[in-house]
Design a protein around this ligand. Sequence first.
Ligand code: NBG
Length: 798
Amino acid sequence: MTIQQPTSPDAPTLRREILHHLTYALGKDEKHASTYDWRMALSLALRDQVVDPWFASTRKTYAQKGKRVYYLSMEFLIGRLIEDVAVNLGMEDTARAAMEMLGQDYERVVADEPDAALGNGGLGRLAACFLDSLSTLGIAAHGYGIRYEHGLFEQHFENGAQIETAENWLAQRHAWEFERPEVRYEIGFGGYVSEEGGATEWHPADKVIASAYDTPVIGWKGKWANTLRLWGAKPTQLFDLASFNRGDYLGASQPEALARTISRVLYPDDTTNTGKELRLKQEYFFTSASIQDLIRRFLSEGLDLRTLADHVAIQLNDTHPAIAGPELVRILADEHGIEIDEAITIARGCLAYTNHTLLPEALERWPEGLFAHVLPRHYRIIALIQERHFADSGSPVRIIEHGEVKMGELAFVMAHQVNGVSALHSELVKETVFADLHKAYPGRIINQTNGITPRRWLYTCNPPLRNLLNTTIGTAWPADLAQLEKLESHADDAGFQADFLAAKQQNKAHLAAWLKERDGTVINPAAMFDVQIKRIHEYKRQLMNLLETVALWNDIRDNPAGNWTPRLKIFGGKAAPGYVVAKEIIHLINDVAKVINNDPATRDLLQIIYPANYNVTMAENLIPAADLSEQVSTAGKEASGTGNMKFALNGALTIGTLDGANVEIREHVGAENFFLFGLTAAEVVARRGEPDFSRRAIEASPHLPRVLGQIADGRFSPSDRHRYGGLVRRLYEHDYFLVSSDFDSYFATQRIVDAAFRDSVGWNRMAILNTARVGWFSSDRTIASYAKDIWGVSPRNT
Ligand code: NBG
């Protein structure tokens, strides 16, 4: 069977289809239609185009009975979809033309779509890029996650401090999903376990229903589509009629309220173990539903469960779905009568686990009592898995230890392959968090360096560069990013250089207009756009960037006639609501911005902006316009980073440490096209052992004592002079992330950056080489590598 290439409608046809949806799905006539109505009508018309390739892909997968990939992730940070779908279908121009024929502004309609923000940061965005690549490569796959009613919180600034409000993306109908009320599974919690006649049975005390919502994920050129299936929680029983009739209305709606809580909010923190019972329930909820669903699909093909691992590859995106191991064992053993030992072997054949962080606070551990209470059967199964692990490996590493159930160890032991997300990170995984398990299971840990989808992160978000690439190297690059190498031969061509620079300038002008419209902010498009966008975390060291800004401000004031390079410092990112220090850093950035931006002596040379509510859409506007990419984490702490790849792809130069994927980016682009500074991971560890290292670094620095003095004395917080006393004191006393130790090296490197930027031809050439040499960081390469090394599947759309 071959898959039909979709025959795309032309603009007049699409126009008719949009009108049809406006009339019959939205119930509006043209005269009264709002932007929302137009957006929905356009989305539904585009969605129609996805359905045939989606069906065809599903049919082909069933016909071939091949292996399927299941990507289990607590987060999918998708962003907007209209342009994404239009671009993948090759219908962008048609959609624009159709809207124009209807008298509608395409950009305005596209901008009306809320970001689907079902994720916190890199981990969730990686999952979204992976979905895109899985479909582009034609690998039969499902993404499984949670349909949170409220995605990541909205960030506002009140007098410079972060305020969070609930995000409400489902306030309007979600255009892309298909509700599947018939696909429902019971999910149990609590209760007890009985043993009778050799049969073990779990009798949960509470149950909720997991109900499916499917979004088709279309790949490049519309050749293949997979499904993202998100689970919403529903009560088993809508409401308690008896209570209602007694007049107890609140009591009557309790089952519904309880159930809905489970899929209500995304936990706004990706780096700490919240220890919340609700979080454990969320994890079990979506994992169990996904495992039940894939087993149902498997059995519907008439296959023997003992061959499950030949047909099913389950990837655990971090430890959040680690309960998949015991859940699979439970279903195989308790529900299908397979002996526990064999069930463990089968489950391990299916499962693989990706580690995304070494931060100890992020490695999930649950109090044993809580765990045994919520999941009593799984608790017992984990004990059996642990016994089996002792027997197999002779390793003393425990999964249940010191009153805790350790999900990292569980995921590791139940996976046939464990991977880190950059070369450095994978080595550190072997040497640190999983050193003992690595010894017990040599060869289990492998590396899969992250990647990003070039469809969203260049083709769609950067039209000027896209067009230039198309005319220079042809149009194959979006699905074969290695083709960017062909740009190398143009790097010294003056005509191409001028075009490349012009594309960057167009993007900078576009960003300026976007910021003006959004916040009323006015920026200087001739300045160097120096961008740091990511979650606010101490290890990512936004603070170091800010201290450098203050030091530079001092220097400019001291020597106003100097040969300065105008800089626009752009910050973007959210802090977890409970992360006090990160919120303090946000407050400080905004306080410093207020003072510096209002200083007439430096105003034309230095400006700081921090647009609130960073999200995927903001990234799509900022990245194409960036000149300088800040990737300055404490070495050994950033597992990979993926923003670093997006910037380099869009022709920004990186100032960075030897951390995460920076190491590999630098290898690819060449050391001479990358601004390296700072301690290495090994030096970081050594430095922490030196007595009083931070105070000594501060005192030896020509800049820091003054900068920290200004901050501590309230120079930037005149209304509350002591606001940052604690922050400064901590830098002197225990600067765990080595902000002060790396500061001078960072400051000096920034001055090299300044000089390099003044040589606009040289800079532009380096930027071209960055774009030309980062094709390897396509998520297509990453997914092809998972397919080969971990899943044992091959693409089907060829
Ligand atoms: C993050 C890392 C990033 C990495 C992404 C994707 C978590 C737990 N980890 O460095 O901090 O790029 O995962 O792998 O969110």
